[in-house]
Design a protein around this ligand. Structure first.
Ligand SMILES: [Zn+2]
Ligand SMILES: [Zn+2]
Length: 254
């Protein structure tokens, strides 16, 4: 597909989604997606019903159980670019899947609030170290224009403000950029295709050494599939010698 037809297709799907959202807003006022209580997208009681993962697996082999989502001993021999990844909740939970879908594809940006709360709960449950800097997985400028916001950045900003109340953590959305327009990872079935899709998709600002060197970096995204996107981001960030790179996502989509 040419770049021009890609833009046309993106514009059309966005128009249809906005139309659907506007219709929903008129017909159905804001209500809890689970119990239908008014004036909230997810009430605190229903948020508490979402089970936070109490164990994690190695993000590389997805087989070994690891206490805090760290890379297992076997996979460490491949020198992966990130140190660990935690997935907060389960994508098989229909409420979680619905929250993410409405957030990403129906442009309901206020859903970043309950989704960030899920991330914070998981962060605390896994007793991860407080990061020095949070970096959201970047969107390609074309996709950013289509969606109007980077869903990972909204999550990062929310997490940064609320992880340690009163002590906001820095967020940087400029150091790491997406330079290649890629297909959605969930649309690709084979692991190799997903890997190839995001290969060389990101670029790091090499002048930002002082912002990354010896810092604990938290890389954030809404969902991951094989983890290839986070690994590619990690590869770029490693060039600036961070102390650790920890990833966190709301859920892993198979
Ligand atoms: Zn509710
Ligand atoms: Zn492993």
């Amino acid at each position: 597909m040419t770049c021009f037809s890609k833009i046309k297709m993106l514009k059309l799907t966005k128009f249809l989604n906005i139309l659907e959202k506007a219709t929903l807003d008129i017909v159905l006022p804001k209500h809890c997606l689970h119990c239908h209580k008014e004036e909230t997208f997810l009430c605190p009681e229903c948020l508490d019903l979402i089970k936070i993962n109490s164990f994690q697996v190695c993000p590389l082999c997805q087989k070994s159980l690891t206490e805090y989502g760290e890379i297992c001993r076997y996979c460490r021999s491949f020198k992966p670019p990130i140190d660990g990844l935690i997935t907060a909740a389960n994508y098989d939970n229909p409420l979680v899947a619905r929250l993410i879908r409405l957030f990403k594809y129906k442009f309901i940006d206020q859903l970043s609030d309950p989704l960030s709360k899920i991330l914070i709960k998981a962060y605390q449950k896994n007793k991860l170290a407080i990061p020095d800097l949070i970096i959201p997985v970047p969107l390609h400028p074309l996709r950013l224009r289509w969606r109007g916001f980077n869903q990972a950045e909204l999550l990062a900003q929310n997490l940064a403000q609320n992880l340690l109340p009163g002590f906001p953590i820095k967020v940087n959305s400029e150091i790491l950029t997406r330079v290649k327009y890629t297909l959605a990872q969930a649309n690709l079935k084979k692991s190799e295709d997903r890997q190839q899709n995001v290969q060389d998709a990101f670029q790091i600002d090499l002048k930002a050494l002082d912002k990354i060197k010896n810092r604990r970096i938290l890389l954030i995204d809404d969902i991951c599939t094989t983890g290839s996107t986070l690994m590619e981001c990690g590869k770029q960030l490693r060039k600036l010698k961070p102390k650790t790179i920890q990833g966190v996502v709301v859920a892993r989509q198979g």
